[in-house]
Write a protein that binds this ligand. Structure first.
Ligand SMILES: *Cc1c(COP(=O)(O)O)cnc(C)c1O
Length: 399
């Protein structure tokens, strides 16, 4: 099998009925059996390869699972109705009352809220740390610790997790390293860097069309089978299942992901370098000023670049708001949360995507009110986009 995540996705062949070049969509919630005894055997897990009911398995969701497992180089995958559906069900499969999690404090706002507000209700304790301080991980591990959780590239400061170092600790302690790779599909291969489980929100780059919500858990066959167990599986019992038609649509979009990631990265690199030259504070791991430029250079899959996300700090909230509105009026992109669209999307993380995080903690994390998080689009002429963005900054008095 190829070492390249794009090749592993491209090499899959699944034909549809009548020789269709795309697999047919299994638009059914339930499946019929010729023999009652076969149904019993499937229920009891004695016969494989048959579908029973689409909360459990469905051919269309399976094709998508196969593509995502291929991309992340895992044995199996489980697709869910949202990224949060993947994060919550995976966590609850691993942890029970009394268990502990060590999590990066710079994680997606929804994940942070789930860990901080929801898990304590179930008696699961989460320690939030600066994930770059690996000695803190070591110090916090005890016999109740079940997982370390982080994002390969964190939201919104684009910090990079040192997965090789973290995984040395988790492997030694025999606990799971769970990594959310939503910002950097194809760019990072967390399994090859020592992670045990890789999660994604498919809503972002992977689907890339801002028309669907979805998620995935990529892991060993054994873990995915556990999640789907009809008696004890968090996937099966909590029911965050993805719909077959959505799965078929997302599968088609994955086939162009490698090209899109390269273009997003090219555009983000260009904009970051140019704004740095203008004296604006830029957060982008592709520029040398980013604290993790070196680390990322050593661990990423170079051909896909440093990613499509960047942050410009324009100092005040008023500047940030005026700049975003000017960009929207000039049709540079849209003032919207989310990421990975063909069109540029921007938001102020402090008052939107990271608003679940209390102000004093935002301070500690290095979040400032003047930050504009930008998911750069697939713009054909990024030089023209930069000139337009610069004009917007001038028009609101930032430069
Ligand atoms: C959006 C996002 C999620 C949540 O995914 P949904 O599809 O919105 O449920 C999780 N992690 C990261 C990094 C995200 O950007």
């Amino acid at each position: 099998m190829s070492h390249n995540p794009a090749d592993r996705v491209q090499d899959l062949q699944n034909f549809g009925e009548y020789g269709g070049v795309n697999p047919s969509i299994a638009d059914s919630s339930t499946f019929t059996y010729l023999k009652a005894s076969t149904m019993q055997a499937v229920f009891e897990g004695e016969q494989e390869g048959c579908h029973l009911y689409s909360r459990h398995t469905n051919p269309s969701t399976n094709y998508l699972c196969e593509a995502l497992a291929g991309m992340e180089n895992t044995e199996a995958a489980y697709v869910t109705a949202s990224g949060m559906g993947a994060i919550t069900s995976c966590t609850l499969q691993i942890c029970k009352t009394g268990d502990e999690i060590i999590a990066s404090r710079t994680i997606y706002g929804g994940t942070y809220a789930f860990f901080k507000n929801f898990l304590p209700k179930l008696g699961i304790k989460v320690h939030f740390i600066d994930i770059s301080k690996t000695e803190q991980i070591k110090a916090l591990i005890n016999q109740n610790t079940k997982m370390v959780y982080c994002e390969t590239m964190s939201n919104p400061l684009l910090d990079i997790a040192d997965l090789p170092s973290i995984s040395k600790i988790t492997k030694k302690a025999n606990i799971k390293l769970v990594v959310d790779n939503t910002f950097t599909p194809m760019i990072f291969s967390p399994i090859e860097l020592g992670a045990d489980i890789v999660l994604h929100s498919l809503t972002k780059f992977i689907n890339g069309a801002s028309d669907a919500v979805g998620g995935v858990v990529c892991a060993e066959e054994e873990f995915i089978t556990e999640m789907m167990d009809v008696n004890t599986g968090a996937g099966m019992l909590l029911g965050p299942v993805m719909d077959a038609i959505r799965a078929a649509n997302i599968l088609k979009n994955i086939k162009t992901l490698h090209i899109r990631m390269k273009q997003h990265s090219y555009n983000a690199q260009y904009i970051s370098e140019k704004f740095e030259d203008e004296g604006i504070k830029v957060f982008y791991p592709g520029v040398k000023s980013h604290p993790h430029h070196q680390l990322m250079s050593q661990t990423y899959n170079e051909e896909f670049g440093f990613g499509g996300m960047l942050v410009l700090d324009v100092k005040t909230k008023e500047n940030a708001y005026a700049f975003m509105e000017a960009m929207q009026n000039d049709n540079i992109g849209y003032l919207a949360v989310s990421l990975g669209f063909y069109k540029t999307l921007f938001s102020a993380p402090g008052s939107s995507t990271s608003s679940e995080i209390p102000p004093e903690e935002q301070d500690q994390m290095g979040l400032s009110e003047g930050m504009v998080r930008i998911s750069i689009g697939l713009d054909n002429d990024i030089k023209r986009t930069f000139e337009k963005m610069k004009k917007c900054m001038k028009s609101v008095g930032i430069i």
